[in-house]
Design a binder for this molecule. Structure first.
Ligand SMILES: NC(=O)C1=CN([C@@H]2O[C@H](COP(=O)(O)OP(=O)(O)OC[C@H]3O[C@@H](n4cnc5c(N)ncnc54)[C@H](O)[C@@H]3O)[C@@H](O)[C@H]2O)[C@@H](O)CC1
Ligand SMILES: Nc1ncnc2c1ncn2[C@@H]1O[C@H](COP(=O)(O)OP(=O)(O)O)[C@@H](O)[C@H]1O
Ligand SMILES: [K+]
Length: 552
């Protein structure tokens, strides 16, 4: 499954909404009506027979959407019970509240009221959306825990819970629940369906987001015109308009998207490049030469996985380079693989005099001492490279000197904590106010500090590049790649395959951020195609099938 789009932070979303309203072409009320109508439409699609619904409306515009939803469901014949907060909403939400009152009452938004009501087919959580700034207070927290099915009598609402924009309490910039530990906890609110507006937000894809949002649907509320002018590249050559509008894009599987045209274009371009239909390469060197630096006797598996992946992803040539004494360990298939002994940094410098070597991979199965010994020669060459596993451990000791923008670091959480202990600590801290420090923030900080592209692995892989050289005050591009639907990808050696895919793509000439993003996408696509039972050895051989699925 191939999808992809731009993600907007909550600040970007607000800026786009403001620009739309300032244009005079659309009002806040209109947007709210479209948002509410979209959610009601999705409820009716999934529950076609009118039933009973309880709509929980919070103090802001998320609550305003709730009143619109209540009206649409009531018009469609549903029995609707509305619980609202005694607060002063903004003018649009107040208007929607007033209009609902013409149809039915508003009961107090309390845990006791929720429990005293009849059992419903659908519960709509319109308490907090993008405006959440602090942990929900005691009363709302009790409601949320009741909604999640842990509230005693009114248990098991979860399969019937529809969240407006997000399950309340989730920080849409980070995917963390405000006031709760970052690690998964049993009482996070989980919806069956979340309908969000215009674009996904980082919190839908990061940390607790994928699990707690359930099925995510992105509804078009007519903001495309402003999204494209506000969030796109500027015309004067500066990479992105302002830090606020720094690019954040995502490739992720598995949910409905309002604007399919963009993805069709993206898919066509990607397929043409990957399958070598575009470009003017007339011989194997035109597709680059990848070197996979390997370790000594008894450590060969990891580097062989990387090498096989680099071949499958289309590098013109791949050479695996263990120490001379270990060459015998690398003589097995594939026969397409070339072998060459490289004993030390000097030997590597000699080899790299060949300018046709365009991408390297150092780390998988290499051994920490050997990786540390080869690093200066590799970095000194300025050549595009992936640093993984043992190379990251070596870097944590040596520091970041010599890293450059064509390096991709691929740490998992443990390696990230070794390389950037302060950032990992910030990321682990319980967030008490929003927007919480996110994996995107942490990876962007890591990229800025190291000067390299950083890919932090996990079900929610985040990739970021350092700030543009000409605009060091801006942030570089970032990509979130969600693979939460393929948990079987977390298997020994799968990281080695990822490193090889990225090395192959670098060798083929993709810039570092694009190679990392494409590698992460192919990696998950291969796992998805194979299914459960996957071992890392299966991944590279799925790549031709992934290419075929692209329509190539
Ligand atoms: N701005 C717009 O034009 C649109 C907004 N929409 C909806 O509006 C939502 C954002 O609305 P708001 O910015 O009003 O924010 P929310 O409705 O998410 O509500 C938060 C409100 O409660 C306050 N608050 C934050 N944390 C709190 C806490 N822990 N306890 C009590 N109060 C708290 C905030 O100050 C804010 O006023 C979106 O999620 C979306 O559902 C949609 O109607 C589409 C159009
Ligand atoms: N729960 C998960 N769902 C999907 N993918 C995951 C999950 N956990 C980890 N991954 C992915 O699996 C790979 C594991 O890599 P890594 O931790 O380096 O393992 P190894 O060292 O065994 O190769 C990474 O690409 C990571 O993004
Ligand atoms: K909500």
């Amino acid at each position: 499954m191939l999808s992809g789009t731009e993600i907007l932070t909550t600040a970007q979303m607000r800026a786009i909404e403001s620009a739309a309203m300032a244009s005079g072409k659309v009002t806040g009320l209109k947007l709210m009506k479209r948002a509410g109508a979209a959610v009601a439409g999705h409820i009716r699609l999934r529950w076609p027979r009118p039933g009973r619904a309880t709509v929980l409306c919070g103090p802001g515009n998320n609550g305003g959407d709730g009143y619109v939803i209540a009206r649409h469901l009531a018009w469609a014949g549903w029995q609707v019970r509305v619980l609202g907060i005694d607060n002063t909403p903004g003018p649009d939400a107040a208007e929607m509240r007033r209009q609902w009152l013409a149809l039915g009452p508003i009961l107090p938004l309390t845990d006791a009221e929720l429990r005293s009501g009849p059992d419903c087919d659908v519960y709509v959580d319109a308490i907090f959306g993008t405006g959440l700034t602090r942990p929900p207070g005691r009363e709302i927290a009790a409601i949320l825990s009741c909604l999640d099915g842990y509230g005693g009598d009114a248990a098991f609402y979860r399969p019937r819970l529809v969240a407006v924009d997000c399950p309340s309490g989730l920080c849409l910039d980070s995917g963390a629940f405000l006031g709760q530990a970052r690690q998964p906890v049993w009482h996070n609110l989980r919806a069956a369906l979340t309908v969000a507006f215009d674009s996904p937000k980082p919190g839908h894809l990061l940390e607790r987001g994928p699990e707690c949002c359930g099925e995510l649907v992105i509804a078009d509320i007519g903001l495309r015109e402003w999204r494209e002018t506000e969030a796109g590249p500027s015309r004067n050559g500066a990479p992105w308009r302002t830090q606020r509008m720094a690019s954040l894009s995502a490739i992720w599987p598995g949910f409905e998207i309002a604007d399919r045209r963009r993805f069709a274009d993206e898919k066509r371009k990607r397929a043409a490049w990957l399958t070598k239909r575009e470009g003017d390469a007339r011989h194997k060197f035109g597709h680059g030469h990848a070197l996979i630096l390997a370790g000594g006797m008894g450590q060969g598996g990891a580097a062989r996985l990387s090498a096989r992946a680099a071949l499958r992803v289309g590098a013109g040539l791949v050479t695996i380079c263990p120490p001379q004494s270990a060459l015998i360990e690398y003589l097995g298939p594939p026969d397409a693989l070339m072998r060459r002994g490289v004993n030390d940094g000097d030997a590597l410098i000699g080899l790299l005099r060949d300018g046709r070597i365009t991408g390297l991979c150092l780390g998988p199965g290499c051994g920490i001492d050997r990786a540390a010994g080869l690093l200066p020669a590799l970095l000194g060459s300025g050549r595009s490279c992936v640093l993984d596993a043992d190379a990251l451990t070596a870097l944590a000791t040596q520091g970041f000197a010599g890293l450059h923008r064509n390096c991709v670091l691929t740490p998992h959480a443990g390696e990230f904590a070794r390389l950037f202990p302060d950032l990992a600590e910030r990321l682990d801290a319980r967030p008490d106010k929003g927007p919480a420090y996110s994996r995107v923030d942490a990876v962007r900080d890591a990229a800025a500090r190291s000067g390299a592209v950083v890919l932090l692995k996990g079900p929610d892989t985040v990739i970021a590049e350092p700030p543009p050289r000409a605009h060091p005050h801006l942030t570089g591009r970032a990509v979130i790649h969600s693979a939460s639907d393929v948990p079987w990808l977390a298997t020994a050696g799968s990281g080695d395959v990822l490193a090889g895919l990225i090395a192959g793509l670098l060798a083929r000439g993709l810039p570092a951020l694009d190679a990392a993003a494409m590698g992460a996408w192919l990696h998950a696509a291969a796992a998805r195609r194979f299914g459960p039972g996957l071992i890392a050895d299966d991944l590279p051989d799925q790549i031709p099938g992934v290419f075929r699925d692209l329509g190539a």
